[in-house]
Every structure is written in structure tokens, then in C-alpha cells.
Ligand binder design. Structure first.
Ligand code: ZN
Length: 442
């Protein structure tokens, strides 16, 4: 792989605490140190990319998505309804359209292409829909194939929602052996595919499922992921067990350093203390929690207690976009509502290093030497950014809905001048649209 030098940036966000104005030098898929006068431009015929007027950031890491739901966006019967109705209507729709490898691949290709075009280079897909008549290994392979097609890093989370515990656990081993045969701790040697496990939450799965998935995760060295404190999760935990979700997760051995919990709406001070003591990490998903009416996770309080917090969009059924930067902006905005403000810098740190830490991926989410060369070039010289006090803060505060000019994954350009170069994005969109039309009988 050839080397690339980005020079002239208005700012380079190396990590949460370091903004520099240096060049960024990429060699063989890795960020390398760039001492001034090192002569990288002349050595080895490096590609020189002019990034003047731009901010360079690490590729964003979406810690919580449900890629399949991109085939079921903005449906009127799922907007502004209680979650019990939302779950029932989504599941009716899944049955009507038919969840199989063809739909799974088409939806994942759309969602992952969208992610790259929005600057998201790694996506954790919490896949929760496993029809009994479908082979889980083939279904997982459809999503893994879609990620390879468009050039995104994928963390495939073998989720469950009322699945048989032993079948689910066995399929984790089968998916691992079939699709990630060379993986160590669930990550392939090229770092492009990772496998994790993830019950939907205590509202959907019992202690047997949590135990079975913990056991297989332990034997394969996989990360564990789940969800807690969506409104229905709190209600069902109270009805069924007379407890709060985090108390149950703690009792079932599902709060620990290898566990990441998404949502965490309206957690109490005691729950924040319990969570922090456990070493578990969190994923904030305001682009889902706010429209669903679940409340706002107390990100500033969690961070102050020492919890590492990442950022996710959740899926198209609740958040109709996979635009993580927009949700990083939303995280800043809604934090004011609960009187626990989050800064732009904190929110960007969640969307990069915070998410990566929860995935156990220290090479992702920053641009220090040795990092994987996943990065975004954001054009900041137009009217949208004029007058901002700080170009990095301006990424969130100004220019809502912005998309990056260029995006690189592992040293390979996947987006240039705002266009996906690994696949024709309009073709990817048309494939899903025509599949849905065909199955709806239109
Ligand atoms: Zn979710």
C-alpha cells in the first residue's frame, strides 16, 4: 500500500486532547509520525493531498447501529408511538417483507455506504432479527459481505431477542469459524471484521440467554454488548423481576470491562456509581432516545464518574439516519435540557476514541502514530464555518448535516470529493428500493 501525505490542514484532531496543525502521514494503512523536514513528500512517491482549509479527524466509530432497519425507515406507524407498539409493528413489517440474506445484504450495503459518506469508518451492527427458517451463518455472512463490498470496518454483534439461548450461542461459534477463521479476540487479522455478542436487553432475553452468550464470548475472547433503560426495558424489568435493568445486568454478570451498554436513559446517581465501579463502557444514542421519548443519558455525569462513553446512532427504525456527526451535535444540544452540559470536544471524543474503547480497539478512533489510517477530511473554508471560534468545535456547532470531502479506511480512500469510490452509491440505493418494491408487490 502506498503512502499518503495530507498537508496544509486548518487543524488535525489527533485525539480527544490533542489538536495540531501538522501534516498527516499514512504509510501501509497506518498513521506514521511526521517530524517536520522528514522528507516524506519525496520519499517513495507518496500521494500528496492538499487539505488546506480542512479539518482532519479520525474516522468516526458508530458504536450502536441496527443496519437491517435501514430498509424500514420513517414508517408513519412507527413514529411517535410507545415502544411496545413500535416493537410489534417493526416485527410485523419484518415478516411481511421477509428477512433473508438478500434483504440483509441490501440493507447493510445501504447503511454502510451511508455511514462512509457521513465519515463513519467503523460500524457496530447489533443484529437482532433471526427468523427461524434462516441460517444464522448465512445471514451474518450477508452483512459481512456488504461491509467488504463498500470498504467499511464492521463489528458484527450477534444479537438475540427471545431467541433460544443454546441455538444463539452455537451460532456465534459457527459464524466465528466460517467468517472470521483467522480472528484473534474476535478481530480478523486485517482488522476489518470483528465479532461480538449482544442480547437485546433484560426486556427481551432471560438470564439463560445472557449466560449462554457470556460463555461463548469468554471462550472466543469476544466483547459483550447489550442495551438498557429504553423505557420498555425499565417497565418490563419492574413487571417481571421487580428490579431495575442495571441491577439485573449486575446480578447476571453482565457489567464488566468487556461489556458495553447502549442507551442508559435516565440513570440514577446510584446506578452511575454501580456502572463506574464495574468498569463497563457506555454508548450514548440520542438520535434514537430523543425521538423515541426515552429520555437523555446523563453523559456528563457518567464521564465524571470515570465511565468511558461512546456514541451510536441506533437503527433506521428509530433514527432514520446513520449520520454520527449529526448525533454528536445532538448530544451537545440535548445535554443542556438536563442541565448537565457536554462540550463539542467531549462529544467528538465519544464519537471516536470512546466508541473504539468500548469495542476493545485501541488502534481506532485517534490519529496518533501507530493508529489505523481511518480518517476524514472536512472542508471548513466555506460560509458554513466562517466566524467560528475554533474549527474543531465548529464541526459540531456549525454547518449541521455536513459530510466529509474525503474518507480513508485502513489507508484506502473510500470517499473522494464527497463521492463513494468503492461502489456506486446510487446503485446500492436502487438495489434496496427495487427489492422492497418487489416484495411489497408494487
Ligand atoms: Zn438500539
Amino acid at each position: 500500500m502506498s503512502s499518503v501525505v495530507l498537508s496544509g490542514a486548518a487543524a488535525v484532531l489527533r485525539d480527544a486532547s490533542t489538536v495540531t496543525y501538522d501534516r498527516v502521514v499514512v504509510d501501509g494503512g497506518t498513521i506514521v509520525a511526521a517530524p517536520s523536514g522528514s522528507g516524506h513528500e519525496s520519499a517513495g512517491g507518496a500521494e500528496i493531498v492538499d487539505v488546506s482549509g480542512c479539518v482532519v479527524t479520525p474516522g468516526l466509530v458508530n458504536a450502536h447501529h441496527h443496519l437491517l432497519q435501514s430498509a424500514f425507515r420513517s414508517r408513519p406507524d412507527t413514529r411517535s408511538v410507545p415502544m411496545r407498539d413500535w416493537l410489534a409493528r417493526m416485527s410485523q413489517r419484518y415478516s411481511m417483507i421477509g428477512v433473508d440474506p438478500e434483504l440483509t445484504a441490501a440493507a447493510a450495503s445501504v447503511a454502510l455506504a451511508e455511514s462512509l459518506l457521513c465519515g463513519v469508518t467503523t460500524v457496530a451492527d447489533h443484529h437482532l432479527t433471526w427468523p427461524r427458517d434462516q441460517d444464522p451463518v448465512t445471514l451474518a455472512g450477508a452483512t459481512i459481505g456488504a461491509a467488504r463490498r463498500v470498504g467499511a470496518r464492521l463489528v458484527f454483534v450477534r444479537g438475540t431477542a427471545r431467541d433460544d439461548p443454546d441455538t444463539a450461542a452455537r451460532s456465534v461459534s459457527d459464524i466465528h469459524d466460517t467468517h472470521l477463521p483467522d480472528a484473534r479476540n474476535g478481530v480478523t487479522s486485517d482488522g476489518m471484521t470483528q465479532l461480538a455478542v449482544g442480547p437485546s436487553g433484560v426486556h427481551a432475553d432471560g438470564p439463560e440467554t445472557f449466560a449462554a452468550l457470556a460463555e461463548v464470548a469468554g471462550s472466543l475472547g469476544l466483547r459483550r454488548r447489550t442495551q438498557a433503560n429504553e423505557k420498555i426495558d425499565v417497565e418490563i424489568a419492574a413487571e417481571r423481576y421487580g428490579r431495575r435493568p442495571l441491577d439485573l445486568l449486575d446480578e447476571w454478570g453482565w457489567l464488566g470491562e468487556d461489556v458495553t451498554v447502549a442507551h442508559l436513559c435516565d440513570v440514577t446517581d446510584d446506578e452511575i456509581a454501580l456502572f463506574a465501579r464495574s468498569g463497563a463502557t457506555a454508548t450514548h444514542a440520542p438520535g434514537c432516545d430523543v425521538p423515541m421519548g426515552w429520555g437523555v443519558a446523563r453523559v456528563a455525569a457518567l464521564t465524571a464518574a470515570g465511565v468511558c462513553v461512546g456514541l451510536g446512532t441506533s437503527g433506521g427504525g428509530s433514527n432514520d439516519a446513520g449520520h454520527l456527526l449529526a448525533d454528536a451535535r445532538l448530544a451537545v444540544q440535548v445535554s443542556g435540557l438536563i442541565g448537565e452540559p457536554v462540550t463539542a470536544a467531549t462529544s467528538l471524543a465519544m464519537a471516536t476514541g470512546g466508541s473504539a474503547a468500548g469495542l476493545g480497539r485501541p488502534e481506532l478512533g485517534h490519529l496518533r502514530p501507530g493508529a489505523a489510517a481511518d480518517l476524514c477530511v472536512w472542508e471548513c473554508a466555506d460560509v458554513f464555518d466562517a466566524g467560528v471560534a475554533d474549527p474543531v468545535d465548529g464541526l459540531l456547532w456549525a454547518g449541521p448535516g455536513r459530510r466529509p470531502r474525503d474518507v480513508m479506511v485502513g489507508g484506502r480512500w473510500v470517499v473522494r470529493d464527497g463521492v463513494l469510490v468503492t461502489a456506486e452509491s446510487r446503485t446500492v440505493a436502487a438495489e434496496l428500493s427495487s427489492l422492497l418494491e418487489r416484495r411489497e408487490g408494487r
